[in-house]
Design a protein around this ligand. Structure first.
Ligand SMILES: Cc1ncc(COP(=O)(O)O)c(C=O)c1O
Length: 393
């Protein structure tokens, strides 16, 4: 049978990158112990007040069809949320409500790219980005992030990657896997480049509410000078411990939303009213949000990992400014992160993602999730440290 070439373009870009995670699950199914630090899941279940909001909405009959833009109640809540984020009015005609950040990014790239469009993005990158870019036939153009500059995307490096085919500058702040947060100066320099070369900025800000310590998150939409070319994607998956609800959004110029609407309607025919009601509660009641406490726990675990492993047997630990991961530099021990991560899992039961799953720029590193308890994080560190010492012997 004949298939569309999109199936070839995306082959291997989905589950293949998660082979280590799959190996960890198999090991657990076989009855062996696993300390699983692979996936960026919240460390608590979805809070009760959100479950209740969704259930109450269902009981109230909010189970019919919606519309392609999303329920008015959620778009109003998003408008208020973005007023807090940007300090100015962002009208409700500037939102499309979608099932999660992932679908939102897919829609944005489908709406903005065509075959041959180049999309500049940081390397390392979140594992699904290459597929998102290849889906419309666009070409990813990775720009290396460097540990010595805190893994923040540098405008000078981006400038060198721009060609006449560049259509989108794809940002992710706070960044997965490095936890880097772009500063207002970084964003200004990047936006000026976008302005000079007539590029869109698509910014994945799913970790925006999960900054650690004194780190301050700035949205790519904060500067009104460039808002005509900025599309932000986000969700309550991480901030409100609700990934299974699939409640996300795009915020962009009104014209972008009108044009992308046809795509959203073609794909989804609207999202679920009871989930929109629950997401509106999440955004309207920041005082109940689980995000600040979760971010504090994750920052503490990053400190535990740093204290236990930085400088041990040639390992270096990179502490994130935000998000759900810390990075361990294993390059002094092994240049092949997949081999190292598999051996670590095999010998110790600790599952950490090989950096190579996130791009060539993170080869020689491990990504460690910060969602295990402090005790399990400390136990995993003891096992990783002992494993690293054996590796060099
Ligand atoms: C950087 C990044 N973007 C998007 C997603 C997916 O978010 P959502 O659940 O809102 O689709 C994740 C999930 O791990 C992520 O790390």
């Amino acid at each position: 049978m004949r298939y569309a070439t999109i199936t070839d373009r995306l082959a291997g870009l989905g589950s293949d990158k998660w082979a280590l995670h799959v190996a960890a699950i198999r090991r657990r199914q076989a009855g062996k112990t696993v300390l699983n630090l692979t996936i960026g899941e919240p460390d608590i279940p979805t809070p009760g007040y959100l479950i209740e909001a969704a259930a109450a909405a269902m009981h109230a009959g909010r189970t019919g069809y919606s519309n392609g833009r999303g329920e008015a109640v959620l778009r109003r809540a998003l408008s208020a949320h973005f007023r807090t984020l940007t300090g100015r009015e962002i009208g409700s005609d500037r939102f499309l409500c979608l099932p999660g950040t992932q679908t939102s990014l897919y829609l944005a790239l489908m709406a903005l790219c065509e075959p041959g469009s180049e999309v500049i993005l940081a390397d390392p990158m979140y594992a699904t980005y290459e597929g998102l870019i290849r889906a419309p036939g666009a070409v990813p153009v990775p720009v290396r992030l460097r540990p010595e500059t805190g893994f923040r995307l540098a405008a000078a490096d981006v400038a060198r990657a721009i060609t006449p085919a560049t259509r989108v500058l794809f940002l992710n702040t706070p960044h997965n896997p490095t936890g880097a947060v772009l500063t207002p100066d970084d964003l200004r320099a990047l936006s000026e480049l976008a302005e000079a070369h007539d590029l869109w900025i698509v910014s994945d800000e799913v970790y925006g509410l999960l900054t650690h310590g004194d780190a301050v998150f700035t949205s790519a939409l904060a500067d009104p000078a460039h808002e005509a070319r900025v599309v932000v994607a986000g969700s309550i998956s991480k901030s409100h411990a609700a990934p299974g609800f699939r409640a996300g959004w795009l915020c962009g110029p009104a014209e972008f939303c009108s044009r992308a609407l046809a795509l959203s309607e073609t794909m989804l025919f609207g999202s679920q009213p009871f989930i929109a009601d629950m997401a509106a509660v999440a955004l309207r009641e920041p005082d109940q949000s689980p995000a600040p406490a979760m971010a504090a726990r994750m920052a503490r675990r990053a400190s535990i990992i740093h204290a236990a492993l930085d400088g041990v047997a040639g390992l270096r630990v990179h502490r994130p400014e935000a998000g759900m991961f810390a990075l361990i530099d294993i390059s002094a021990l092994c240049g092949d992160s997949e081999r190292f991560a598999l051996a670590l899992l095999d010998e110790t039961g600790v599952a950490a993602m090989p950096g190579a799953s996130f791009g060539a720029g993170l080869e020689g590193w491990l990504r460690v999730a910060l969602n295990a308890s402090d005790e399990d994080t400390a136990r995993a560190c003891a096992l990783i440290g002992a494993f690293a010492r054996r590796w060099i012997e």
